[in-house]
Write a protein that binds this ligand. Sequence first.
Ligand code: AKG
Ligand code: MN
Length: 220
Amino acid sequence: MAAARQAELFADPPPALPDGVSLFHGRIGPRESREILDAMLGVFAAAPPYRLKIKTGAYVINRMTNCGAWGWHSDTHGYRYIDAHPERGTPWPPIPAALESAALSAAAECGAAFAPDACLVNLYGADGRLNLHQDHDEADFTWPIVSFSFGADAVFALGGGKRRDPVVPLTLRHGDVMVLHGAGRMRFHGVKKIVPGTAPFAHPAIPESGRLNLTVRRAK
Ligand SMILES: O=C(O)CCC(=O)C(=O)O
Ligand SMILES: [Mn+2]
């Protein structure tokens, strides 16, 4: 590990996280990362990433796609889970086995066992970001959200139960897994910015100078 990176990692104790927000730093090692990322290339071939629209017709900055039985989609009709790629009309490809088992084991350690049927795939370019939001389109909020980070660091904003609550910045790095469960499940959250140049290695599934985020969930 480079000396500067080591100093940065050990300079401050990590902030104490609230109940229901579990962050496993470096949980996915290099070998498992490559296995998951290689499998994501198959997902992209079957379900090419695309740019979503919001109700006003404006495009969202990040590209996205999905795997699993259900995929989250947004267009001028609003947000919802759908069972096929909107441009291809074909079912979403399955969640890769290595990703599903990593999600199940992290969730189980949080006491939040679940049966995933959806995975949102967010592709952030160097200028990617995600507005503060709650994940509220799933049928049951006792099911956790298990989020994987690959590529460049993200400055993640963790808020509270109300939009106006203060937010805490957290750095999410390649290989980190965050689980929102129980009392943490409905916290507002977003991505303030990507920090280009911080990825440990390049991979064709990770946008150049950017970040790949996978959130494994149960939708229905
Ligand atoms: O990119 C991230 O870390 C968060 C993604 C997210 O909140 C979502 O897909 O709902
Ligand atoms: Mn979210």
